[in-house]
Design a protein around this ligand. Structure first.
Ligand code: SF4
Ligand code: SF4
Length: 414
């Protein structure tokens, strides 16, 4: 069975230097739950020396796709593209019922109407005292995590949609297309508003195209490669890149996917043009710089590094550089700041047991840091860590760094 390029598999020299950086290996200590072990499993499947039993599939499903192993690997093994290539193969080995359930989850999150309907119920509960109390009271039951996610959602409140065009303030630096995404668009519209306002303050004209839709990253994560490619082609058809300097996605997973779009749609020149222009908004703002903030934030803040920002896009120092400009704000170190929190796309839904272990691990380190606020620049991480803090009654807030920054600049925000 050919599902992955042999040369990429063979680039692993089995040195094991990636093992300490792998969250699932750190938790389980088993070789088959490490990057090296998973590469060996993929190679054995590929060469037909191993059958895709439930046990083998479970070890590969257990991979978060966090790509921490890629950052650690001195041999440059492209682990992310290996596991992405294996996922459609694993999908084809599942029972029809499981496959259907995973497709339904993908459709729920990526199709606008069902997503908005579902999340409107969730946001009606978001931040409310009864939802928080219920999430805490039922924390030990199977409903507990779901109630905590609902309680962690930002409360719904009426707000105008994002303007299709926002002009730059001061000296013009360039034009950006802002991608509102799917989950981010529905659950975190305030982060989008903060991002656009900060970009305008940095001298960027921001265009928000209508009818963007999902980019395809979530479908790929669920092993639906053809669904991912058709989402991506639809997005390419909806965007006009003429005169556009940057394309800025609202979620780290979308950024990582779009920056590698020419690998997913080889020979498609529009995919290459989009990939070249894609940046994370934090990285662009850190490069362009902002005028000094007008206000101050007397808070102790720890930065959590979302996997697809730090490991897939190399954005690590930028949120810290931006937050350091805020008067009154004290940054503290967070141990294992670049370890996955367990959110990982849809991992917290499909692999809830390991997701809960990784969330516990993250929260322990947050408590040890002494931070009052955790800055997490990704919608999934925000929801995951916030839900965990609510369920455990921790006195810590979890905010997007751009909302903290917007608040310091008097532009709304946290
Ligand atoms: S992607 Fe993350 S979870 Fe998967 S093998 Fe690499 S480090 Fe481990
Ligand atoms: S993935 Fe890289 S670091 Fe890990 S065992 Fe293979 S060569 Fe070594």
């Amino acid at each position: 069975m050919r599902f992955v390029e042999t040369e990429k598999l063979l680039s692993c020299v089995h040195c094991g230097l990636c093992l300490p950086s792998c969250p699932t290996y750190a938790e389980l200590g088993t070789e088959s739950d490490s990057p090296r072990g998973r590469i060996l499993l993929m190679r054995s499947l590929e060469e037909g020396r191993l059958a895709p039993t439930d046990e083998v599939i479970a070890h590969l499903d257990g991979c978060l796709g966090c790509r921490a192993c890629e950052t650690a690997c001195p041999s440059g093994v492209p682990y992310g593209s290996l596991i992405e290539a294996a996922r459609p193969y694993l999908e084809s080995r599942r029972s029809p019922t499981r496959r259907l359930a995973r497709r339904a989850l993908g459709a729920l999150l990526t199709r606008r109407l069902p997503r908005r309907l579902t999340f409107s119920v969730v946001r009606a509960l978001g931040g409310s005292r009864p939802a928080i109390a219920l999430a805490r009271a039922l924390a030990a039951t199977p409903f507990g995590p779901w109630l905590a996610y609902a309680a962690a959602a930002p409360p719904a409140r009426p707000a105008a949609p994002l303007a299709a065009r926002t002009e730059a303030e001061g000296a013009y630096r360039g034009t950006a297309l802002y991608l509102t995404g799917c989950v981010a668009e529905t659950l975190f519209p305030d982060t989008a508003r903060a991002t656009v306002a900060l970009l305008a303050r940095a001298g960027v004209r921001v265009l928000v195209p209508a009818e963007q839709g999902c980019c395809g990253a979530l479908a790929l994560h669920l092993g639906d490669a053809s669904g991912a490619h058709s989402h991506a082609r639809r997005l390419l058809g909806a965007l006009d890149l003429h005169g556009v300097d940057w394309v800025l996605p609202s979620a780290a997973g979308c950024g990582a996917f779009l920056r590698e779009l020419s690998q997913h749609l080889p020979g498609n020149p529009a995919a290459g043009a989009l990939a070249e222009r894609t940046r994370d908004p934090l990285s662009l703002l850190a490069e362009l710089g902002l005028p000094p903030p007008r206000g101050r934030l007397d808070r102790t803040v720890a930065v959590h590094d979302p996997c697809h920002l730090v490991h897939a896009q190399g954005v690590r120092d930028e949120p810290r550089r931006l937050l350091r400009t805020v008067p009154g704000l004290t940054l503290v170190d967070l141990e294992e700041s670049d370890f996955c929190c367990g959110s990982a796309g849809t991992y917290n839904v499909t692999e809830p047991a390991m997701a809960a272990r990784l969330l516990d691990r993250k929260l322990e380190r947050i408590v040890a840091s002494g931070a009052e606020v955790v800055a997490a620049a990704n919608p999934g991480c925000l929801l995951q860590i916030r839900a965990g803090a609510i369920a455990r009654s921790l006195p810590v807030r979890v905010e997007h760094p751009l909302e903290l920054l917007a608040a310091a600049h008097g532009l709304g925000g946290a």
